[in-house]
Design a protein around this ligand. Structure first.
Ligand code: ZN
Length: 149
């Protein structure tokens, strides 16, 4: 079972944008002024790991954390990564007030790096999730298509 937080596990096209994103965060005046650093908490996840997460809150203890079964998450196709901002080393879990501003800034930076930010999604909005799919759909990936770098 693979549940990685290593950017090297992303597809080359997604990895390139992710690296640009983390470099831009490290250089961003607003984030710097607020003592914010950003880490990756999840990148590539294999089908087995996805099914284990899907089971949470259904057939396993805990609360539901995903609507995606194996193959239905962009993490399964090396396109997506999740981030966590740290303020002076401590995780920023809250999404309101100043913390909300931090998440919004991360989203803006991601978008300038050519990433899609799930913080804009209207269903299953996820502030931590960024992806680059190269214009392909999940059905494309399931059919064996691959994206260009
Ligand atoms: Zn994600």
């Amino acid at each position: 079972m693979i549940d990685s937080r290593d950017l090297n596990e992303l597809s080359p096209a997604a990895r390139k944008r992710a690296q640009t994103f983390f470099a831009a965060c490290a250089d961003d005046p607003y984030l710097l002024a607020n003592g914010i650093t950003v880490i990756a908490t999840s990148t590539y996840r294999d089908f087995e790991a996805q099914d284990a997460i899907y089971a949470r809150g259904r057939t396993a203890p805990g609360k539901v954390v995903t609507k995606a079964k194996a193959g239905d998450s962009w993490h399964n196709w090396r396109c997506a990564f999740d981030v966590l901002p740290l303020r002076c080393g401590k995780p920023v879990w809250s999404t309101t007030g100043t913390d909300g501003e931090v998440w919004r800034r991360l989203g803006e930076i991601g978008e300038t790096c050519g990433l899609e930010w799930a913080g804009r999604w209207t269903t299953f909005r996820e502030l931590a999730h960024f992806q680059y799919t190269g214009g392909l759909t999940l059905a494309d990936f399931k059919a064996g298509k691959t994206m260009m770098a």
